[in-house]
Design a protein around this ligand. Structure first.
Ligand SMILES: [Zn+2]
Ligand SMILES: [Zn+2]
Ligand SMILES: [Zn+2]
Length: 258
């Protein structure tokens, strides 16, 4: 599918607790390096005319303010966990400025959670000022947001299906520890892979850094950024220096253009 020049901004690169984690005094949580401060994971994908976010976690409002986002065409959700979903109510500001509903794309499981957790947005009699959204249930079919092509990729977060997304040359996969061969083929040929790498120690539902590095190598992707990072992974500067060529730890505020 043809694609326009794309910009990817890392809005957040932290795991569910964020970094620093509340109450933690470890060297990462007390680091003075801004790259060790990680809001909950999300990216902004934009072209000259269109823009979308993948996930609206609890830090969504703060991320929109930091990046001075004034217009947003769509929200793409990956899965129903709260660190990816619970800032969704704050699309209200975009409703207000655009005077229209937000286009929200999600798989059936996530859509069910949105209808349950944000029930007031779907009630018959609506209060004024509630979030307005048009929910689109997605499967494996590609779709387009403005001029940004989107191809869903289904991955596994232990037993929960999670939607990864490919935007032309860039693939974004958060919260996964297993990808079936047919879905891996959809990632192959990407110029950039963004993938979760929680920490060094094994985890039941996330890739470790070592597993993420192996995935990038297996698929032959020339450039990769790791995200959804725990304070347990270590200091940004130390981990970054340990990575193979072409691989990087993402950090909040990083942006890349393709
Ligand atoms: Zn998560
Ligand atoms: Zn810590
Ligand atoms: Zn999750």
């Amino acid at each position: 599918m043809p694609y326009p020049p794309l910009h990817i901004s890392f809005l957040g690169t932290g795991t569910s607790s964020g970094v620093p984690m509340i109450g933690c005094g470890c060297e990462v949580c007390t680091s003075t390096d801004p790259k060790d401060n990680r809001l909950r994971s999300s990216i902004l994908v934009s072209s000259d005319t269109s823009s979308l976010v993948v996930d609206t976690g609890p830090d969504f409002r703060q991320q929109m303010l930091r990046e001075k986002v004034t217009k947003l065409d769509a929200v793409l959700l990956t899965h129903p966990h709260k660190d990816h979903l619970a800032g969704l109510d704050d699309i209200r500001a975009f409703n207000y400025w655009s005077q229209r509903s937000m286009e929200v794309y999600a798989d059936a499981l996530t859509e069910e959670a949105v209808r349950r957790d944000f029930y007031y947005a779907f009630s018959e009699k609506k209060y004024p000022g509630i979030p307005e959204m048009d929910l689109h249930t997605i499967g494996s079919e590609s779709f387009i947001v403005g001029d940004i092509p989107v191809r869903p990729i289904q991955v596994w977060h232990l037993r929960m299906p999670v939607t990864g997304y490919r935007f032309g040359p860039v693939t974004y996969i958060t919260d996964a520890n297993r990808i079936e061969p047919a879905e891996k083929e959809k990632i192959r040929g990407s110029e950039v892979l963004v993938v979760n790498a929680l920490r060094h120690e094994p985890h039941i539902s996330h890739f470790t850094l070592e597993e993420a590095v192996a995935l990038v190598q297996e698929l032959g992707i020339p450039r990769a950024y790791f995200t959804h990072i725990s304070h347990q992974l270590g200091l940004h500067q130390d981990v970054e220096a340990s990575l193979p060529e072409g691989m990087h730890l993402a950090y909040d505020g990083l942006s890349i253009s393709l």
